[in-house]
Design a protein around this ligand. Structure first.
Ligand code: ATP
Ligand code: ATP
Ligand code: MG
Ligand code: MG
Length: 878
């Protein structure tokens, strides 16, 4: 077996609209191509031995053990690899279930598709699955040690990328509310929502979080001073820089017991509390000194440690943090109890799980000593032994929810404190013996205010009610269900995507909105080019969706990007499918036009149920997509008699129709005439029917988004496909006594479209300079030849400089075959060099004629034409 290619899908795709995270592995079974699993001796047994849990896979029989039954009876190796890849991820703790395996048109080569949670782990699982199966084929087994290594690697990959618990709770809440989110790939920034409606987060800081508030909270001493000035109870304390100042400081805070901590510290590092004498104080001073130059000396307040979480000015949760401890069972030693406690799967390293493993440090031994224990002491049943002095979860503490117990006065105080410090999200650390009584009655104090507080103790407390604090954050960022998304209009089809995308963007600009759009020529925001390039894939779409100025996204969505990685968004508001015709067949395992239609239908299927699929009623494969999408349907048609459209309108549907020379919107009983085709420059005076179709599609897409008829009209009237804007697309030049047209139609369907315009050129002779890219199929060249003979009076056949692997002259040969099929006596000439061919045509062009050039290089062709003294670039009016 050999892996030919691994692709990672991240959005709605050819295989599934709903499952976005898929690995597509192109697998050559090589010598196993003809051998189903039942014909490989010992394979079934070896597989069951390696992965007994495959028993849980239902597969087509639909019952437990179903998949293994298929293996025993005989199934192809691609299918087995798919199930193994899923199972390996499952065993590493990633719950995945979706898989598909399909043959390709190359015999023995399969597409193996399976779900992933983490990209890298997914690709790893694919490779490991092939390794595992190959090993069982070759040796009857997969060594245990190798499987263990695979699972360990997978777990590591999974842990490395997992979001922190706070961030995860926020994105989960966002997902629940249909708010899209994405990682920005720098500084752990997360974007919620799209374009101008986006909000950003980094852990639990938001773009509402002020820098002054954060810096103040990070400076414990300053925080205390500001709070003390405001009459808030804070620990009595002072800051020192030298050990010599320690005795005086101790006296200042009123003598022992005291607390010593580093001025800039966090997570409880370097802190010693409840210091009883000078020796302990000296040790504590040194420990704090490791972390920070300046040292805080404070009075020690006896009490329990609480964290009060305030979001958007309101207390949303209160947790009591209990320091790391173990509870005796009358038999085990403290060391054994610690080991047992750390076995809890909820305990991880650092902040990656709900709880953290207990680790002992110098204060732990001090504590043990004070309690008269060593690690080998056996605790009586239910006796509690504290192992850490501070209650930070990151040192192994646990959390108990106290949200319902806090006294209203303390709520008021906490809410006042965050206003004083200036934070939208803050965690206030309170030491008090009883949170249900006002602080001043029980000598409680505010120890610290934390910016970017962790959520895990509230979302998943060890005891008590979990609190949906992420909900409060989302409420703050998107109050009253404020929009998080921007309209997305996605355009696909075999031909006309760029033109329609540009026109639609131009129409939308009439509403005054900032439109971000992507095309084959580049990415644009408003009137400006952001980036040149063939930007019709998900990365360019992301750029638009991430841009904080964009109010509407119009995205040319080509087959390549959908195949390579799926769409960049979960769903669009409008998905336009213009047409489906043979082009690029045989590339990327898309071999038939029906497969191509299926691929394009992704754009219409990934539309919100209240959005619209805008479909070409005149193209049966496109019209059929209506069955596949849950969105509303809107049709466009060049045929006012179209039965499909008539029925649709009768049922209250909406459509755009070319009728009596007008582009019109039909809705229920109403006909809104937008404009006469001949007044729309893009349609070349109404002579380019395919441009009318593109204009109908764009108008309809805008209309279903509530753009007014007046604005649509204004857009249609002012959109000019000038050479500079759309080089190579129906660029017409007036050379005084004749015209030349440059277009890079490059598949039979677009030749047809071009033909419909050329046929309408009745002023004079029609001359074609024709050829096409060498990687097209033979029959495409023949078709081009036939069509050319039908629409041109004279043809010059040329070839591209780059023959893309074809023998020089062979493409021309095929075109000539096509010409002769139409008329054996047809007059043509073959000049393989493109420059010579174009020059010849321009030399011989008679009065009032039209020279149509399908060039390899649009720029060169335009240069050659301009060299002849162009009178004007023209969009003719009838
Ligand atoms: P984190 O940022 O993780 O909350 P930190 O390193 O910033 O911790 P503090 O919050 O200042 O440290 O202190 C940690 C814990 O030590 C407090 O939550 C409290 O339990 C205890 N503590 C700190 N100062 C005092 C004090 N003066 N009296 C009693 N306990 C204190
Ligand atoms: P690409 O796949 O190269 O990005 P595209 O789909 O973006 O192409 P355009 O650039 O808009 O298409 O148009 C390319 C050519 O296709 C045009 O110059 C014209 O010859 C032809 N064409 C445009 N619209 C249509 C249509 N609706 N039907 C058939 N052919 C069309
Ligand atoms: Mg703290
Ligand atoms: Mg394009």
């Amino acid at each position: 077996m050999r892996i030919l290619k691994i692709q990672t899908l991240r959005g709605p795709n050819y295989w599934s609209i709903r499952r976005h995270k898929l690995i597509v592995m192109r697998l050559d079974l090589e010598n196993l191509a003809e051998t189903p699993s039942n014909e490989i001796p010992g394979f079934y047994e070896g597989l069951v031995e390696a992965l007994p849990s495959l028993e849980g896979h239902y597969c087509s029989p639909g019952c437990r053990g179903g998949f293994l039954m298929r293996v025993r009876e005989g199934t192809m190796m691609g299918h087995i690899v798919e199930h193994v890849a899923l199972e390996l991820q499952e065993l590493a703790g990633m719950h995945v279930g979706f898989g598909r395996t399909r043959e390709t048109s190359t015999s023995g080569v399969y597409q193996v598709v399976f779900e992933y949670l983490n990209e890298e782990a997914g690709r790893y699982a694919g490779r490991a699955a092939v390794r595992l199966c190959q090993s069982i084929v070759d040796r009857g087994r997969y060594p245990k040690a190798e499987l263990e290594q695979d699972l360990q690697d997978l777990k590591d990959l999974w842990r490395d990328v997992a979001l922190g618990p706070s961030t995860e709770s926020i994105v989960k809440e966002a997902e629940k509310r249909g708010i899209p989110w994405m990682q920005l790939g720098a500084r752990f920034l997360i974007q919620l929502g799209y374009g101008v409606n986006q909000k950003r987060m980094q852990a639990t800081m938001t773009d509402n979080t002020g820098i002054l508030g954060v810096e103040l909270a990070c400076d414990k001493e300053a925080t205390k001073r500001i709070l003390a000035n405001a009459g808030v109870p804070v620990p009595k304390g002072t800051v020192i820089n030298f050990l010599d100042d320690l005795p005086e400081a101790i006296e200042y805070v009123g003598g022992y017991p005291i607390v010593i901590k580093p001025l800039d510290g966090n997570h409880g590092r370097g802190i010693t509390i409840d210091i009883q004498n000078w020796e302990e104080a000296e040790v504590a001073y040194d420990a704090a000194r490791q972390i920070s130059r300046s040292i805080i000396v404070e009075r020690y307040y006896k009490g329990r440690d609480h964290r009060v979480l305030v979001v958007d000015g309101k207390v949303v949760a209160v947790a009591e943090r209990v320091p790391a401890h173990v509870v005796g069972d009358g038999r085990s030693t403290i060391a054994e109890l610690i080991e047992e406690t750390n076995k809890d799967p909820n305990r991880g390293e650092g902040h990656d799980k709900v709880l953290t493993k207990i680790e002992l440090d110098r204060t732990s031994y001090q504590l043990l000593e004070r309690q008269g224990y060593t690690l080998d002491s056996v605790l009586a049943k239910d006796e509690i032994c504290y192992l850490r002095a501070t209650a930070n979860l990151s040192t192994g503490g646990i959390a108990v929810d106290r949200t319902d117990e806090i006294h209203p006065e303390n709520v008021w105080l906490a809410q006042r404190i965050v206003k004083i410090i200036g934070l939208d999200i803050a965690g206030i650390d309170i030491v008090t013996s009883d949170i249900s009584r006002p602080l001043r009655e029980v000598d409680g104090v505010i120890v610290e205010v934390n910016a970017a507080p962790g959520f895990r103790m509230h979302v998943a407390p060890s005891q008590g009610t979990p609190r949906n604090v992420a909900g409060a954050v989302i409420d703050m960022l998107f109050p009253n269900e404020q929009a998080s998304r921007i309209p997305i209009l996605s355009v696909t089809g075999t031909n006309g995507k760029t033109t329609t995308t540009r026109l639609l963007a131009h129409i939308y600009k009439q509403t005054g909105k900032v439109v971000g759009y992507t095309t084959t020529d580049g990415t644009y925001i408003g009137d400006y080019l952001v980036e040149v390039g063939d930007n019709t894939g998900p990365q360019s779409a992301q750029l638009i969706l991430q841009d904080p100025t964009v109010e509407v996204a119009v995205l040319e969505t080509a087959r390549g990007g959908i195949l390579r990685s799926g769409l960049a968004f979960e769903a669009a508001n409008v998905g336009v499918v213009l047409n489906v015709a043979a082009d690029h067949l045989g590339i990327g395992d898309i071999d038939t036009i029906d497969q191509l239609a299926h691929l394009k239908s992704v754009v219409a299927e990934a539309v919100y149920p209240d959005g619209y699929a805008v479909l070409n009623a005149d193209d049966p494969r496109v019209a059929a997509i209506a069955e596949r999408t849950k969105a509303n349907i809107a049709y466009f048609t060049m045929n006012p008699e179209s039965e499909l459209v008539r029925n649709h309108i009768q049922k209250g549907g909406v459509a755009a129709v070319y009728e009596n020379g007008f582009l019109s919107i039909l809705k229920g009983d109403w006909t809104h005439r937008i404009e006469r085709a001949e007044n729309i420059p893009l349609t070349m005076g109404g002579r380019a029917p395919f441009m009318i179709a593109n204009a109908l599609a764009a108008s309809l897409a805008a209309f279903v988004q509530n753009v007014s008829i007046e604005q649509i009209r204004a857009g249609l009237n002012t959109f000019r496909a000038s050479v500079s804007q759309t080089p190579g697309r129906m660029n017409l030049f007036n050379l005084g006594n004749f015209h030349a047209l440059v277009d890079y139609a490059h598949n039979p369907h677009s030749y047809e479209a071009l033909g419909s315009f050329v046929r309408n050129w009745t002023n004079g002779d029609r001359i074609g300079v024709i050829g096409g890219p060498g990687d097209r199929r033979d029959q495409d060249f023949v078709a081009l030849g036939k069509l050319s003979a039908e629409i041109f009076d004279y043809v010059i056949v040329k070839e591209d400089d780059d023959t893309r692997g074809r023998a020089r002259g062979s493409a021309a040969e095929l075109i000539i075959q096509g010409i002769k099929q139409v008329n054996p006596n047809y007059e043509y000439e073959a000049i393989l060099d493109e420059t010579q061919a174009i020059n010849k045509a321009l030399d011989i062009a008679p009065e009032n004629s039209l020279v149509v050039i399908l060039p390899e290089s649009v720029n060169r062709a335009i240069k050659l034409i301009k060299g002849r003294g162009v009178v004007k670039e023209e969009v003719p009016q009838q």
